[in-house]
Design a protein. Structure first.
Length: 231
């Protein structure tokens, strides 16, 4: 048992899906997993373990932002020995993405200083596990799911009133969210595999957005791809 996760040894699988929203964790467990068992409710950050096609899979809510996912990813890697961690979250889309498109993140840039503090000032560039990414992309092509593969960015500010958006667009960033950079960094530190698959839940120009209900339980494609990557 760790500080923020109440699971006993062996209750969390080697492979875990990481939605930010704990209610999305509950929906994933009840929709995709057989015989899901809840192992965590500390701070209402729900976690479950069940089976998918004969494989033991866990799903754990992480909250919003780098510090929050950093807590859960650290404890999952360090205290529970998780080997494969796949974020399934929402993001703001930039051209050429469209609303509800899936973005599979090769790399995750950031405007946060969290990595520089952790690495003594180094400008570390964290990347996905190619093994997991390759499987997810293959499944997306097989199922003809609208998807993009490329760079995303993890920002510290949800309500960002700076000019950072224009810089990200010029650099070819496909989507903005708040967690992947920290997940990829911790996976590198612990020598584990990580991948982030996000759905465009709103467009960064403010032209379109999905409802809170759809963000909680309507994005099946990214979960399908995440589970395929664990095969």
């Amino acid at each position: 048992m760790s500080i923020h996760i109440a699971a006993k040894p062996g209750e969390i699988a080697d492979t875990i899906l990481l939605p930010g929203d704990p209610l999305r964790a509950k929906w994933i467990a009840e929709t995709f997993l057989e015989n899901p068992v809840q192992y965590n409710s500390v701070r209402n950050m729900l976690g479950y373990t069940g089976e998918f096609e004969g494989r033991k899979i866990s799903v754990q809510g992480t909250g919003m932002g780098a510090p929050s996912i950093g807590i859960y990813a650290y404890e999952l890697f360090n205290d529970y020995g998780v080997q494969n961690a796949i974020r399934v979250g929402t993001s703001g889309g930039l051209p050429p993405t469209k609303l509800r498109d899936v973005v599979i993140a090769m790399t995750a840039s950031t405007d946060s200083n969290i990595n520089q503090r952790a690495t003594g000032g180094l400008d570390f560039a964290p990347a996905a596990s190619y093994e997991l990414l390759e499987k997810a992309v293959a499944k997306a092509r097989e199922l003809k799911i609208d998807h993009h593969v490329g760079m995303i960015a993890s920002g510290d500010l949800f309500y960002d009133e700076t000019d950072s958006l224009e810089h990200w667009k010029k650099l070819g960033i496909l989507a903005l969210e708040m967690e992947t950079n920290q997940l990829y960094t911790l996976a590198a530190r612990f020598r584990r595999r990580a991948l982030s698959i996000v759905t465009v839940s709103d467009m960064m120009d403010g032209s379109e957005q999905t409802s809170s209900e759809e963000r909680e339980s309507g994005f099946r494609n990214m979960v399908t791809l995440a589970l395929a990557a664990t095969d």
